[in-house]
Design a protein around this ligand. Structure first.
Ligand SMILES: Nc1nc2c(ncn2[C@@H]2O[C@H](COP(=O)(O)OP(=O)(O)OP(=O)(O)O)[C@@H](O)[C@H]2O)c(=O)[nH]1
Ligand SMILES: [Mg+2]
Length: 389
């Protein structure tokens, strides 16, 4: 990894120098306005200082891939070369070339730390539309690494396209960029590949209501034969709530208290297309509760588990909830109460953090209308605003 600083009167001139010296694979790590060559401290000239990097040796590919610092092809070539040179390379971390590499990684880490400690000020000299995008992503609480990564790519695109780009075009780039970030994960509603769908999550996030909306969608729009099982025997009212929905939708329901009941209910619904399973929303901090679920539900390959989170929750709490439920296999998220907030960055943060997609977004209390199957595009539109681009 070669990291170099360039100072030029303007960004396009800096880009020209970088391309000439480091080539087209070079990436920009940071840029800021600097003032140089003043006479007695006066009449200083405004310049742009750009730190650019090019991959010339292997590095922590995984970490850097996310930062888009190292191009994938080059890294692979280098890994193979190094593997050939030294089959036992894992143990020989102290060879001279490796210590050189470690120094470079350390330098890069320091550089990245400096950048992340100064989260906002680096963007002051960015072109207007990019500054607005920075503010939008901060407002939406998109995590800093993703935000910086996206902005550096947009800045590069901005100058490569000659600058002065209309905001609508830059917003389109932003949309494409964010969609690209999450497009490899699984999105979308019920696919009927699995017969049992189980919703879990903390109290009051909308598990039961969402299950009723999903049932209605599958019956009314897809003509499927649907049944309910509830393991939520913790509150009498909870059973009544699902029974009410079952009655309205004309759907059979079984209440199960243990694994044996659950197995019997499964047999009873053997000729159904889809069985939707509601669970008690006990306090997610209670580890015992998650263990109890395993006693009641047969977690096997026929079952898809959806973790329901409310977008009105704090992001740090959402992380704790995910960690708490991660002892059972979570397949996808459902995000509820989209109508009660205007900050949606948590969706993209959680999808990229845990590598899980989203089944649905819900946006109100009305059953069956207030639910939308999720897609990468829909999520990004939600975050950056549907009117954009
Ligand atoms: N605004 C809004 N309210 C919602 C949404 N989804 C559910 N609710 C409301 O949230 C409240 C709780 O919904 P439930 O479906 O009972 O939540 P739950 O997760 O099953 O709750 P417990 O079973 O007690 O854990 C109800 O008043 C719902 O109408 C939504 O998308 N937007
Ligand atoms: Mg419930």
């Amino acid at each position: 990894m070669k990291v170099k600083k360039y100072v030029a009167p303007s960004m396009p001139e800096a880009m020209k120098m970088i391309r000439a010296e480091l080539g087209s694979e070079a990436v920009i790590l940071n840029s800021k306005v600097v003032y140089i060559n003043g006479f007695l401290g006066l009449f200083k000239k405004k310049n742009i200082e750009v730190i650019a990097a090019i991959d010339s040796k292997p590095a922590e590919q995984k970490m850097l891939k996310k930062e888009k610092v190292i191009s994938e092809t080059t890294s692979h070539k280098i890994i193979n070369q190094r593997h050939d040179q030294n089959q036992n390379s894992e143990k020989k971390i102290n060879t001279s070339s490796d210590s050189g590499l470690l120094d470079e990684i350390k330098q890069l880490k320091v550089l990245m730390q400096e950048l992340s400690s100064d989260v906002n000020s680096n963007f002051e000299h960015y072109p207007g539309p990019l500054k607005e995008i920075n503010e939008l992503l901060i407002k939406q609480e998109i995590n800093d690494i993703l935000r910086r990564n996206v902005l550096s790519q947009l800045l590069e695109k901005w100058y490569l396209n000659g600058g002065n780009i209309p905001k609508s075009t830059v917003m389109k780039w932003l949309q494409d960029n964010l969609v690209q970030e999450i497009s490899s994960y699984q999105f979308g509603g019920i696919s009927f590949q699995k017969k049992y769908i189980n919703v879990v999550g903390p109290t009051g996030v909308g598990k039961t209501t969402t299950l009723a909306k999903i049932a209605a969608e599958c019956i009314l729009k897809k003509g499927k034969k649907v049944a309910f099982i509830t393991t939520d025997t913790y509150r009498i009212a909870a059973i009544d709530q699902l029974k009410t929905y079952a009655k309205i939708l004309g759907v059979p329901i079984e209440v199960t208290y243990n694994l044996e009941d659950f197995k019997q209910a499964k047999e009873k619904f053997s000729d159904f297309d889809l069985v939707l399973i509601d669970t008690a929303g006990r306090n997610f901090r209670n580890k015992r509760y998650v263990e109890d679920l395993k006693e009641i539900i047969d977690f096997n390959s026929e079952l898809e588990t959806l973790l329901v989170l409310s977008l009105t929750s704090k992001y740090t709490d959402m992380i704790s909830i995910y960690e708490q439920f991660s002892t059972i296999n979570i397949d996808k998220f459902i995000f509820t109460k989209k109508d009660e907030t205007s900050n949606y960055g948590a969706i993209i943060n959680l999808v990229t953090k845990y590598g899980k997609g989203v089944a649905y977004l819900t946006n109100g209390q009305n059953v069956p209308d207030d639910i939308q199957p999720a897609s990468a595009n829909k999520i990004v539109e939600t975050i950056i605003g549907e009117e954009q681009p």
